[in-house]
Design a protein around this ligand. Structure first.
Ligand code: ATP
Ligand code: MG
Length: 242
């Protein structure tokens, strides 16, 4: 379980204090698909960086499985970091490596035995439906395919928590829903906690079990999504009712 208590984060530009996150309180349960939605600049990615221990808050406390992260030693922090993976909007693939080598990279860094590396990478490639692309270079991939490869690379280390930052924002509506279906399949198969950031309320409604609306660094509201997984292609139905 992830628990934020009175978390604030400030940035200073030209000595001017800017409040990026303002007194955030939040609990995310293990295995939950949790959405964070809000306009550009409201603090979504900053919150994700705090949840993933990439950034320290200026006030408040962050508990992971009831342990205060302020007291984490290096080993505890490393263990947590290794149990998490990220996927971003821009895929972040290395263009001088083949698709398979991109997926192998995290396992090489973790010094996983070579035969295990290859086996797992190939399994993940199959899981995302792109085994036939193993020896291609990322330049040959469509946006949707590139995102599937980024997802395979994120999965290969068997994370407990998946942080997904705007992963469908550069894709068309139909490809976006294909990617969301893949995320649902991942959730069903591996049961990770999924934290999904988006400014697209349609994507949030389809994927998430609960959603938090951020406004100017503050929690505007947190609510359950009663009938998620409902696919709707009409923009009228997708408008956020606030
Ligand atoms: N490292 C930083 N230094 C200074 N200001 C920052 C830094 N990171 C974020 N900010 C500021 O904090 C605010 C929140 O940024 P954040 O990236 O969290 O927004 P966001 O909701 O993810 O936006 P988007 O939807 O455009 O990705 C913004 O005003 C941003 O300029
Ligand atoms: Mg962002």
């Amino acid at each position: 379980m992830l628990k934020l208590k009175n978390i604030s984060k400030y940035f200073y530009t030209n000595k001017e204090k800017q409040i990026a996150l303002d007194n955030i309180n939040l609990e995310i349960q293990d295995g939950e698909i949790f959405g964070i939605v809000g306009k550009s600049g409201v603090g979504k990615s900053t919150l994700l960086k705090i949840l993933s221990l990439q950034l320290k808050p200026d006030t408040g406390e962050y508990f992971i499985d009831n342990k205060n992260t302020l007291t984490f030693n290096t080993k505890e922090k490393t263990t947590f970091l290794r149990s998490t993976s990220f996927v971003y909007q821009n895929f972040s693939l290395l263009y001088n490596l083949t698709v398979l080598d991109n997926i192998l990279l995290p396992l090489k860094i973790l010094k996983v035995p070579k035969d295990v590396q290859i086996k797992r990478a190939k399994e993940m490639l199959e899981f995302v439906g792109l085994s036939h692309k193993a020896n291609e270079y990322p330049i040959t991939l469509s946006g949707g395919e590139a995102q599937r490869i980024s997802i395979a690379r994120a999965l290969v280390t068997e994370p407990n928590i998946l942080f997904l930052d705007e992963i469908t924002s550069s894709l068309d509506l139909e490809t976006s829903f294909d990617i969301l279906d893949l995320i649902l399949k991942i959730h069903k198969t591996f049961k990770p906690t999924i934290i999904f950031i988006s400014h697209q309320i349609d994507a949030i409604k389809y994927l998430c079990e609960r959603v938090m609306l951020l406004e100017n660094g503050k929690v505007k509201r947190i609510e359950k999504i009663s009938n998620h997984k409902l696919k709707s292609y009409t923009y009228e139905e997708l408008l956020w009712q606030s």
